[in-house]
Design a protein around this ligand. Structure first.
Ligand SMILES: Cc1ncc(COP(=O)(O)O)c(C=O)c1O
Length: 401
């Protein structure tokens, strides 16, 4: 077997299962999960109808590059959403079966193993970046995101030697778990660094459409390029998904867009990798990317749930409603229940609610795991379940004081 498989860490949800395995939660309380970031709002019915009407496409092999109609819809969506002058559907866009597989595959295709490669990732982070780096043969360099950095990657803290060794950086904006958003200035700073030190930026923007302020959508990497008149998007690739935007995690649909040279090499890799998107999924995706009404309604529900949490728990916990995403990333020490693992165990044991201990999403770097003492609460359940979960968390805190 590939020895690098042994380097992979236990996935956070396996660690959570082990942590909770001996506990029998109260039977009279129904379980509420705030641990997994799986969207639970209903998918748009017109997408389901499109799938039903596309069944005849089962008999056709899709191409890895995807149908031009699919790529054109994506190109139009990107131009409109990120104020781009142009993005060529033929050379600058590819389908992905969700961002997860594309984020993973991207490191395998881009890393040059001969040159002691280094991949930079935020810490805490979406676990795929690390697995992708380890299996690509690269070393990892973590960028700690904590209260002092506004939970953002601080590019100014990285030395020139690290940038020189860096072949690829994953950024996540809006961030999982914090929901913090990298602004235009930070993105442009990173683009300038990429030019100077010759590395690729992989920008995971799968939460870009779940934002709190309707008048302030998160900035994207391609938008930052366009502002700099860099219309070839050199060294920049973005990853987007329908999973969160349109509540379609089971559809497995996303896309990759940016630098045409990188896209061409990645397409070559993907042709052998065998990850063409089914034509049925492409039709459903065209329908979903062409409509914003359902996305706006989706945002309203998350907004409502954040406000409910704030109302119920604002006095007991340091809650900050994030700029975007659907997670609350909460320093749990002031609750007085214990650290992130103890809090998560007690919450399950007393209230049958699951949350994720923040340390499982981070790694020890510079003598600290920035996830420690934080918990991640995914507000994905229904509005009523979220209200109930907030009440139960309040009870746990009250019973411990
Ligand atoms: C930061 C981040 N990136 C990517 C993904 C993968 O999403 P999908 O593969 O459904 O597009 C997730 C899923 O939770 C995520 O949190």
């Amino acid at each position: 077997m590939n020895r690098d498989l042994d380097k992979l860490h236990q996935y956070p949800f396996e660690r959570l299962s082990s942590l909770l395995s001996e506990i029998v939660p109260p039977k009279e309380l129904a379980h509420i999960s705030l641990s997994v970031g799986e969207p639970k709002h209903s998918p748009p019915s017109f997408v389901e109808e499109t799938i039903a009407a596309s069944m005849h496409k089962l008999s056709m092999y899709p191409s890895t590059k995807g149908a031009l109609e699919f790529r054109q819809v994506i190109s139009d969506w990107l131009k409109n959403r990120f104020i781009l002058k142009d993005i060529d559907a033929n050379t600058q866009v590819l389908p992905a079966n969700g961002t997860r597989e594309a984020l993973f595959a991207f490191a395998q295709a881009t890393i040059d193993r001969e040159n002691h490669p280094l991949i930079l990732i935020p810490n805490p982070f979406y676990q795929i970046y690390e697995g992708a780096a380890l299996l690509s043969g690269a070393r990892l360099h973590f960028l700690n995101c904590n209260e002092a950095t506004g939970f953002l990657t601080d590019f100014s803290s990285v030395t020139a030697e690290v940038w020189d060794a860096c072949q690829l950086i994953y950024i996540c904006s809006p961030g999982n778990p914090s929901g913090a958003v990298l602004g235009m200035t930070a993105l442009q700073e990173l683009i300038n660094l990429a030019d100077r030190h010759n590395f690729i930026i992989a920008s995971d923007e799968c939460y870009s459409e779940i934002y709190y302020n309707e008048n302030n959508p998160p900035t994207g990497l391609l938008e930052a390029c366009a502002k700099m008149q860099r219309n070839d998007y050199a060294r920049c690739i973005v990853f987007h998904s329908l999973s969160k935007r349109s509540n379609l995690p089971g559809l497995r649909s996303g896309f990759i867009a940016g630098d045409a040279n990188i896209i061409a090499s990645f397409l070559r890799y993907r042709t052998y990798h065998g990850c063409a998107m089914s034509l049925i999924t492409q039709s459903a995706s065209i329908a979903a990317w062409s409509d914003e009404v359902h996305v706006k309604k989706n945002r309203e529900k998350y907004r409502q749930k954040f406000q409910i949490f704030q109302q119920i728990l604002g006095d007991s916990l340091p809650l900050n409603i994030p700029d975007a995403g659907f997670y609350l990333w909460v320093n749990i020490l002031p609750a007085g229940v214990g650290n992130d693992e103890i809090f998560s165990r007690e919450l399950f044991s007393q209230q049958n609610v699951t949350v994720l201990p923040g340390r499982y999403l981070g790694r020890l770097s510079n003598n600290s795991n920035p996830g420690e003492n934080y918990v991640r609460m995914a507000l994905v359940a229904t509005v009523e379940e979220c209200r109930e979960a907030a009440e139960r968390i309040k009870q746990l805190i009250a019973s411990s004081s």
